[in-house]
Design a protein around this ligand. Structure first.
Ligand SMILES: [Zn+2]
Ligand SMILES: [Zn+2]
Length: 99
């Protein structure tokens, strides 16, 4: 009941075959959409999503807020949003105060 379809890749514009087998697979999975990309571009996207992990790793790092040190008036970076009700210190002053 399925026949091969020729689709155009939205990324590279190349024509690729959406095979009867793939259509059946898509139907079984309940996918409503046809593939937008040729197998090459799909692979490339998958690889860029998994490879490197740049996005995922930076997601875990804390966002730093730039502010002014309450002690020396120099630039300071703190891992929370400074609200002005607490003193914030640059790394040098923070270590001096802790010591
Ligand atoms: Zn492509
Ligand atoms: Zn300071």
């Amino acid at each position: 009941m399925y026949t091969d379809q020729l689709l155009t890749c939205v990324d590279c514009g190349a024509e690729f075959t959406f095979t009867a087998g793939e259509q059946e697979f898509y139907a079984q999975k309940g996918f409503q959409n046809k593939p937008n990309r040729c197998p090459d571009c799909r692979q490339a996207r998958k690889a860029s999503r998994n490879g490197g992990g740049g996005m995922q790793r930076s997601y875990g790092t804390r966002q730093m807020f730039s502010t002014t040190c309450s002690s020396c008036g120099g630039p300071a970076e703190v891992p929370f949003q400074p609200r002005g009700d607490k003193p914030v210190y640059c790394r040098d002053c923070f270590q001096r105060i802790r010591a």
